[in-house]
Design a protein around this ligand. Structure first.
Ligand code: PLP
Length: 385
């Protein structure tokens, strides 16, 4: 019913193919095949990088808003201090979610929190249970601390298989460190409904921590979706993670957080770096208040997603219905050569997500980036595989 699988660690070296008129730095497909490229490793600097259409990392292409930039600029005067004054970021986050400050722990990006969960709960033989494909860093970090990942396939309609996750958690109960739910899931963009979250939490043993990654929360429209923060207030061992990297466009500044019980925070604390720049803390406070700007980012993004996915479908390519700022399109041919062909056309698209080897993940960039994506897509797909 389920497969147990190890994932390669995140080790990854080298560069990526560049655009028309650029040089190929290293064998890009070898790099993309196994590793997870991050911008600092692309080997393309400054102005060259600016020229690429970047629909690969689910970033917010518009950048931080005026009020956030202003708050961060003013906070530069604290650059010589160790993370304080911090604008009251923890209190502001707590207020935002209707929880207490002792329910909040900050990370240098929510990615740090995901790693910390692995270190605190799934090291030395303990297992994380989740689906594949999902945000694979969770599994690779657990492996790096000598834990293991039990990864289950998605359902036929690319959703996280809640009954299978319940079954695997019960069967492996003694060895399970935590369950990982990515909601919406990266890379499919599909949600776990609020009913399914309840089904999962009610069915598994009450002491198994459940990490619910809500990185793309702000883009969801489906009324069957809800945050899992209320379960924290009920005292369940639920850890909800959020990030300022997506809707607030602060990916490079590194700020995320978890909302969970004080008891779980105590267990996480030894692994937390507590090393977040005071500048981004002030930016985060401003971002929490900037709901109008975020609503407009959401609207532009969802409008562009609709336009692009409709066009792809009219060309005969099925798109998985997404609730996030990215989507997956079925290519009906292997994805790796297609990714490479996009790179040659100065368009960076998502990496392969095995076992979905014929699907391409596309982030929603600006209107111009989506135009360049569509032009390249038509040219590439007009060429026989
Ligand atoms: N969770 C998911 C599902 C993601 O896609 C990402 C980044 O793309 C992260 C967490 C980590 O984001 P950050 O560390 O920037 O908060």
């Amino acid at each position: 019913m389920f497969t147990q699988k190890g994932l390669s660690r995140r080790g990854f070296v080298g560069g990526v193919a560049t655009a028309v008129g650029y040089m190929t730095l290293k064998s890009p497909m070898d790099l993309l095949a196994e590793g997870i490229p991050r911008p600092r490793r692309l080997g393309i600097e400054g102005d060259d990088y600016d020229l690429l259409a970047k629909v690969n990392f689910n970033e917010n292409p518009y950048g931080p808003t005026e009020s956030v930039l202003k708050a961060m600029t003013q906070a530069f005067k604290y650059a010589n201090r160790y993370g304080y004054p911090d604008g009251g970021i923890v209190d502001e986050i707590a207020k935002h979610h209707g929880v207490k400050p002792e329910n909040i722990v900050l990370g240098a990006g929510s990615g740090e929190i995901l790693d910390v969960m692995g270190s605190a709960f799934s090291s030395n033989g303990k297992k994380v249970v989740g689906v594949e494909p999902s945000y694979g860093f969770v599994y690779s970090h657990v492996e790096s601390v000598r834990g293991d990942a039990i990864t289950l396939p998605l359902t036929a309609d690319y959703r996280q298989d809640i009954p299978a996750l319940i079954h695997a958690t019960k069967v492996h109960y003694r060895d399970v460190g935590f369950v990982y739910i990515c909601n919406p899931n990266n890379p499919t963009g599909r949600i776990v409904t609020k009913q399914e979250i309840k089904q999962l939490l009610d069915a598994i043993p009450g002491d198994v921590p459940v990490l619910i990654d809500e990185a793309y929360f702000h883009f969801v429209e489906d009324s069957n979706y809800a945050t899992s923060v209320p379960y924290v207030l009920e005292g369940r061992p639920v850890v909800v993670t959020r990030t300022f990297s997506k809707i607030a466009a602060l990916a490079g500044m590194r700020l995320g957080y978890a909302i969970t019980t004080p008891d779980i925070i105590d267990q996480m604390r030894p692994y937390i770096s507590d090393s977040i720049s005071s500048v981004v803390k002030w930016g985060g406070v401003a971002a929490l208040k900037d709901t109008e700007a975020q609503a407009s980012v959401k609207k532009i993004t969802l409008d562009l997603r609709k336009k692009t996915t409709q066009e792809l479908e009219s060309l005969g390519y099925p798109v998985i219905p997404s609730e996030a700022n990215f989507f997956m399109v079925g290519l009906k041919r292997p994805v790796k050569p297609v990714i490479e062909a996009f790179q040659k056309k100065a368009v960076l698209v998502g990496r392969p997500f095995p076992p979905m080897n014929e699907h391409l993940r596309v982030s929603i960039g600006t209107a111009e980036e989506m135009r360049r994506f569509m032009v390249a897509f038509k040219e590439i797909m007009a060429t026989p595989a």
